[in-house]
Design a protein around this ligand. Structure first.
Ligand code: GLN
Length: 484
């Protein structure tokens, strides 16, 4: 894999394409060949992709090369293949969200993030597998079979953006889009040994991202190195009139962050993330990581985020509550297949949803409907929202006390075995214990590889204040370099 162009930073490959030294078609052929190697092999395929139109990929690549030949500049991602999670709409391609209820649906429009990727010269390279509607932490909840972890095919790649993470880790595409509602970019990035960024809520337009929990959802980027992920983020970020929650906040040029280093940064270690329950191998990698940051000139300080223990219960009320409302639109009338045997309109709804949704999605709809029902609304949803505000306050206070970033583990464990947690939803939910807090608070966060335990990758998480992706990028680049 190291001999493919993905061994070089995305920026360099794109510059070579713009200069006419490398063709977009060559890059597309590399991605297609790697795709074939992993997805068409005799050993169990990765199953990282739900759709790929090779001819369309070649057509896009040729168009980029033709622009270069005409003397035009296709943009900062010229000729770079970028795969897209299958809950983000790409014009003309299927969008299934990993669900039978959307089987056969083709998107008649394009997500703003995808439109911006194309405008920057990227080649859209198919749709990646995910837990149904983003609900899960292992990609095992996909109606189209689980994705495998390229590092160990008996293990999960994490989720819900498991296909996007596996595609990068396997060396198929150098960049992918994922989405986050509660850790779904960072956790699979950690389990696959690569980089995943979740931006500030409102940084990237949600237009064309299929809604799971609208107050938490954000599109994020996944790449092999910090610079790659931020290059893609810069392209897709910024205000969009099609998403009223997208912020009119200037997007920084992250290049300023690469050489700034760790000196002068104050890094907080929240003690609630480093309790006795943490896997000892992961705790050891974390300690090495912050020591490396310290040696590079950062100040390290312990800090408390006292409401951390309530994050999982709050998240698993807020997210299902919003999901139960967002998923009401899948009724067999407006999208996807309709159950054929049904009689009355109500029966159409019932039968379509009964056969169309998987177990976890049904569980979430029931949880959310219950939490929002009259008489329970205040006790569950109302309370969860107050806890959410307290978690956001914890972060705000930590940053006010002079911290620039927080450092934590990304996931409490390394990649687990396929099947290990499917029968135990609570255990699965606990995979998100370190990641859902940033979604609840709306702050930006990243997972960076910090070594391995028994050959399985470990991710370290950095979290910054709202809209401060520049400091996040700086700290992440410094960490990456300190461990290199
Ligand atoms: N594990 C989280 C959940 O199941 C992940 C959600 C996400 O970020 N899409 O809700």
């Amino acid at each position: 894999m190291s001999e493919t162009p993905w061994a070089r930073p995305v920026e360099e490959n794109a510059a070579a394409v713009r200069a006419g030294r490398l063709s977009a078609v060559e890059l597309a052929e590399v991605a297609l060949a790697e795709f074939g190697r992993w997805e068409k092999r005799k050993a169990p395929p990765l199953n990282a992709f739900l759709a790929l139109d090779a001819e369309d990929v070649r057509r896009q690549a040729r168009a980029v090369d033709e622009r270069v030949a005409r003397g035009e500049d296709p943009g900062p991602l010229a000729g770079i293949p970028v795969a897209v999670k299958d809950n983000i709409c790409v014009h003309g391609l299927p969008t299934t969200c990993g669900s039978k209820i959307l089987e056969g649906y083709r998107s008649p429009f394009e997500a703003t993030a995808v439109r911006r990727l194309r405008a920057a010269g990227a080649v859209i390279f198919g749709k990646t597998n995910l837990d149904e509607f983003g609900m899960g932490s292992s990609t095992e909840n996909s109606a189209f079979g689980p994705t495998r972890n390229p590092i160990d095919p008996e293990r999960v790649p994490g989720g819900s953006s498991g296909g996007s993470a596996a595609a990068v880790a396997a060396g198929i595409a150098p960049l992918t889009l994922g989405s986050e509602t509660g850790g779904s970019v960072r956790q699979p990035a950690a389990l696959c040994g690569i980089v995943g960024v979740k931006p500030t809520y409102g940084r990237v337009s949600r237009y064309g991202l299929v809604a799971f929990a609208s107050s938490l959802d954000q599109i994020g980027t996944i790449g092999r190195r910090v610079r790659d992920a931020f290059l893609a983020l810069r392209v897709i970020a910024g205000h969009d009139r099609f998403d009223a929650t997208s912020g009119a906040v200037p997007v920084p040029d992250f290049r300023a962050a690469w050489d700034a280093g760790a000196r002068g940064l104050t890094v907080g270690l929240p003690r609630e993330y480093f309790t006795g329950d943490l896997d000892t191998g992961i705790a050891a990698r974390c300690q090495e990581a912050w020591k490396a940051l310290e040696s590079a000139g950062a100040r390290i300080r312990e800090v408390s985020l006292p409401h951390t223990q309530y994050a999982i219960p709050a998240y698993y009320l807020v997210a299902p509550a919003e999901a139960s409302s967002n998923l009401a639109r899948y009724d067999g009338v407006r999208y996807g297949p309709r159950a054929p045997s049904a009689g009355s309109t109500i029966e159409v709804f019932e039968v379509t949803r009964e056969v169309g949704f998987g177990r976890e999605v049904k569980r979430r709809i029931m949880l959310g409907t219950y939490a929002l029902s009259a008489g329970y609304y205040e006790a569950y949803y109302g309370r969860a929202m107050r806890v959410r505000a307290k978690i956001a306050d914890d972060f705000a206070r930590a940053f006010e006390s002079g911290l620039d970033v927080l450092f934590t583990p990304t996931s409490p464990t390394v990649a687990f075995k396929l099947g290990e947690r499917v029968g135990d939803p609570i255990k699965m939910y606990l995979s998100d214990v370190f990641t859902v807090t940033a979604n609840l608070a709306g702050v930006p966060a990243i997972s960076v590889p910090i070594g391995s335990v028994d050959g399985l990758p470990v991710g370290g998480q950095l979290i910054a204040r709202r809209w401060d992706e520049l400091t996040l990028a700086r700290a992440a680049a410094a960490l990456e370099r300190a461990l290199a």
